[in-house]
Ligand binder design. Structure first.
Ligand SMILES: *Cc1c(COP(=O)(O)O)cnc(C)c1O
Length: 365
């Protein structure tokens, strides 16, 4: 019997597995620390803007997300004409792959890179080439050594997820300079708002001054709007033009757009979240390290911890123990990290509970 057959590559894709959100045992409070969501939720003004949009649900949204592109432009000093908004940065990443990748092409991602990249690559019939990381950090030389005549695109999250590490701007510039001019460099800045290092830059300058680099960003993390699916990219005019040709004409919903405008303009909310995250990231890194569990130094709103392979003390054992206590972390085996767990920085209560529970797990009362 004949039936429709997916294009080559589609069925080779391992489906994306999202962070667990199990239901709490009766009487047990649950803390979801598995998806890098903010413990604060969005700005109250974003909630108000979202609710106000409910009065006009019969109207199509303005199709170019103009008010949001203008708000992003004001915030970062960017030309709104060079911004595209999407249903999450996931949509933007997929649109870029759709525009630039096809059968026979290669795209480079790194050992522990975000899993959306190889999916977007394979969905377009292209091949994902993995460049080795060093100490859980992207390695520019390894990426450059992975370039072949077929390479069309390089995916780079900076900071990286799930490792939490970053590359200084000098390294990004060295990467760009070392890549052939026809290779698109995609800088994914989903966690840039959390970074407080003076050798880090989001990459606006490199996008503004080259013809072959784009940066993507999201409202899902520090702005707390993951449920609304809203992200954006900043790129050269010719890339913006190509992406806009295949983008759905109404890809961003009006309530999402208006909530995002309010969120990005609430600088105090962002600042509070950034400072809280830094304080607790430092505290968690120190306390967990003291327990004898190695923590990769992170600049994002999550940390990655490494467990031994001793039976009873493994990452899977710790994950089960923490989950039974209502602390839901992220196993990262599918990121090639079977001995690690990723923890999103949560409320003070959640953070303290994780440390206490790990202490108990390790028998260090
Ligand atoms: C969370 C995350 C995003 C954001 O995705 P959205 O589709 O905008 O929610 C993008 N890149 C990385 C590396 C992420 O971890």
């Amino acid at each position: 019997m004949s039936r429709p057959v997916p294009k080559p590559g589609i069925l080779d894709i391992a489906p994306y597995v999202q962070g667990k959100s199990p239901v709490a045992e009766p009487g047990r409070k649950m803390f979801k620390l598995s998806a890098n969501e903010t413990p604060f939720g969005p700005s109250p003004r974003a909630r108000e803007a979202y609710a106000a949009a409910a009065a006009h649900l019969e109207d199509y949204p303005e199709g170019t997300s103009r008010v949001l592109r203008e708000a992003i432009g004001r915030t970062f000093g960017l030309d709104p004409a060079r911004i595209v908004c999407g249903a999450g940065s996931d949509e933007i990443l997929n649109l870029l792959a759709h525009v630039y990748l096809g059968p026979g092409d290669e795209a480079i991602s790194t050992t522990h890179g975000f899993l959306v990249y190889p999916i977007a690559t394979a969905a377009n019939g292209a091949t994902n080439v993995v460049a080795k990381e060093t100490d859980f950090t992207c390695n520019v030389d390894a990426i450059l050594a992975s370039v072949s005549p077929r390479t069309k695109l390089v995916w780079l999250a900076n900071p990286n997820n799930p490792t939490g590490t970053y590359l200084p701007f000098d390294e990004i510039k060295r990467l760009r300079a070392g890549l052939p001019a026809h290779v698109l460099l995609v800088l994914d800045a989903a966690y840039s708002d959390y970074v407080s290092r003076n050798d880090y830059e989001v990459g606006f300058e490199i996008v503004a001054t080259t013809e072959n680099t784009v940066m993507t960003h999201t409202f899902s993390k520090i702005h707390g709007l993951a449920a609304l699916r809203i992200g954006w990219m900043f790129g050269p005019a010719h890339i913006v033009d190509a992406v806009n040709r295949i983008r759905g004409p109404f890809n961003v919903s009006a309530p999402a757009m208006l909530a995002a405008v309010a969120a990005i303009e609430d600088h105090a909310h962002v600042q509070m979240s950034r400072e809280f995250t830094e304080t607790w990231r430092n505290w968690l890194t120190e306390e967990i390290t003291k327990l004898g569990i190695a923590v990769t130094p992170s600049v994002a709103n999550f940390i990655m911890m490494h467990f031994p392979t001793t039976p009873g003390k493994t990452a899977a054992d710790a994950d089960a123990f923490l989950t039974s206590r209502g602390l839901v972390l992220r196993a990262v085996t599918n990121y090639g990290l079977p001995n690690a767990l990723r923890m999103t920085i949560g409320t003070e209560e959640a953070n303290r509970l994780v440390v206490e529970t790990l202490r108990e797990f390790l028998g260090r009362k």
